[in-house]
Design a protein around this ligand. Structure first.
Ligand code: ADP
Ligand code: ZN
Length: 223
């Protein structure tokens, strides 16, 4: 089963992708996490990506596409994965399509998470990430200051550089202009899209997505 979690920044893609990955036992491929790791490692990719990410712009397609190709060559990805943060442009979507066809990765389901813009801005300005386990929290979920509620790491919680209001606004603009057209591309290519409001409770959303995944898997067996 190949899932693509699609939606605006802050809509909950990473949170849901992580849950789905655990429950379906398939890898979570987050291009945002991979890039942030590259920045932390100061690798060649990281050095190229840092400024772009901090301003809320997109890393060039050529770099992203080779990053994905490299990731797909890992045998762990052959049976299924949850892609989070890719494709973000129509060119990325077209390359992904070709690559998946070549690798005979069928059964693609797009999970489209929606949310209104004000809510997204509110969420992102209140968001903290854990540098150890990569979990994401809102300020209200932090019980003890500087302790990750998931893995217990001390002093691992941080505000992402791109979670500042002006950068958030830019990321939303970039989403509307460069990424939203990908939805149209998916539709034109007859991809199956499951749309769901990203503003509900985390567990409710996860359950609805898992139901949709199960139905989709059954349909695929019948046809
Ligand atoms: P969010 O979905 O919350 O905006 P991500 O963690 O997915 O954040 O991505 C953070 C940043 O990494 C993006 O704003 C962008 O600069 C870069 N990035 C991630 N995925 C891609 C991609 N597929 N193409 C181009 N840039 C990307
Ligand atoms: Zn943690």
């Amino acid at each position: 089963m190949f899932l693509i979690v699609f939606g605006a920044p802050g809509v909950g893609k990473g949170t849901q992708a992580k849950i789905l990955s655990e429950r379906l036992n398939i890898p979570h491929i987050s291009t945002g996490d991979i890039l942030r790791q590259a920045v932390a490692d100061a690798s060649e990719l990281g050095l190229k990506a840092k400024k772009i990410m901090d301003s809320g712009e997109l890393v060039p397609d050529s770099l992203m596409i080779s990053l994905i190709k490299e990731n797909f060559s890992n045998p762990k990805s052959a049976k299924g994965f949850i892609l989070d943060g890719f494709p973000r442009t129509v060119a990325q979507a077209a390359s992904l399509d070709n690559l998946m066809n070549e690798l005979k990765m069928n059964n693609v389901l797009i999970i489209y998470l929606t949310a209104n813009e004000d809510e997204i801005v509110k969420r992102l300005t209140q968001r903290l990430a854990c540098s150890e386990c990569k979990s994401i929290f809102s300020l209200s979920e932090i019980i003890e200051p500087d302790v990750c509620p998931n893995c217990g790491a001390l002093n691992g919680l941080y505000h992402r550089n791109d979670d500042k209001e002006d950068v958030i606004r830019n990321r939303i603009e970039v989403f509307k202009s460069a990424t939203l057209p990908v939805l149209n591309y998916f539709e034109l290519n007859n991809k199956k899209i499951f749309e769901i409001d990203g503003l509900g409770a985390i567990e409710d959303i996860a359950v609805e997505i898992l139901d949709a995944v199960e139905k989709f898997a059954k349909e695929k067996v019948v046809t």
